[in-house]
Design a protein around this ligand. Sequence first.
Ligand SMILES: NC(=O)c1ccc[n+]([C@@H]2O[C@H](COP(=O)([O-])OP(=O)(O)OC[C@H]3O[C@@H](n4cnc5c(N)ncnc54)[C@H](O)[C@@H]3O)[C@@H](O)[C@H]2O)c1
Length: 252
Amino acid sequence: MRMRVIVTGAASGIGLATAKRFAAAGARVLMADRDAAVRERAAEVPEAVASVGDLEQPETPARIVAAAVEALGGLDVLVSNAGVNLKAALAEFTVEEWDRVQAVNTRATWALGVAALPHLRESGGSIVATTSVAGHNPTPMCGAYSVSKAAQIMLVRQMALEWGPLGVRANCVSPGSVPTSMSPERYQTEEGLALARSRNPLGRLGTPEDIAEAIFYLASPAAAFITGAEIVVDGGMQVTLAQRGAAGLTRS
Ligand SMILES: NC(=O)c1ccc[n+]([C@@H]2O[C@H](COP(=O)([O-])OP(=O)(O)OC[C@H]3O[C@@H](n4cnc5c(N)ncnc54)[C@H](O)[C@@H]3O)[C@@H](O)[C@H]2O)c1
């Protein structure tokens, strides 16, 4: 049977590439985003349907799942991909900014999973979240984001523990640096791009398609025995972190 899939954050970047990857394999996809442009993007993806809603609102996750079940006749895969990164030094965040990042990145993944659970139990389906290498590495000006991503990685493992016995798998994919609308300023100059490439042993930045491929794999029958796992898709960026840290230490 054709896979029935929800992808959140599907108006652009990794989510859009993921929706296209599933559609290319014959899946039917509900593409969700707070950006109404998701309707136009969905029109470009074979047989996709769109759902517009803000995941910061507590009622949105259940609405997205209900819309998908109605439009697709059930659910096999939930890709919780929508994310937000508000930048500030730890001491400078407002409570509203802090809460917004946790709500979209972590709470919505939990609430989407809870709403999807009965349907995924029925289909023997799975959940894949887009997490981040920032969930392992403190990142300047991204304190709310890195904390939310660390929590999201643990959430996926908790889902795997509690929902594995129900026949539902949960995994995540952690990208490194992928030029998307999420981090535009970093990639606006040739200097910034060169720095990002130099931090990567493979010498190039990731693409949304690189990430989509790993998400697709984890959701596919080929990964039937994989749950509670994280695939880091960063071109090796993480393995350079220790080296960079050492280079930054100056002791005389
Ligand atoms: N680009 C990177 O380098 C990178 C690295 C690590 C992790 N990620 C993660 O990848 C995921 C996708 O990000 P991307 O890089 O494709 O960026 P993106 O900005 O292109 O896509 C994010 C999408 O999420 C949507 N979104 C944001 N807040 C929302 C909300 N409240 N409700 C509904 N939708 C909302 C946006 O409208 C957007 O379409 C995110 O979870 C991000 O944290 C990205």
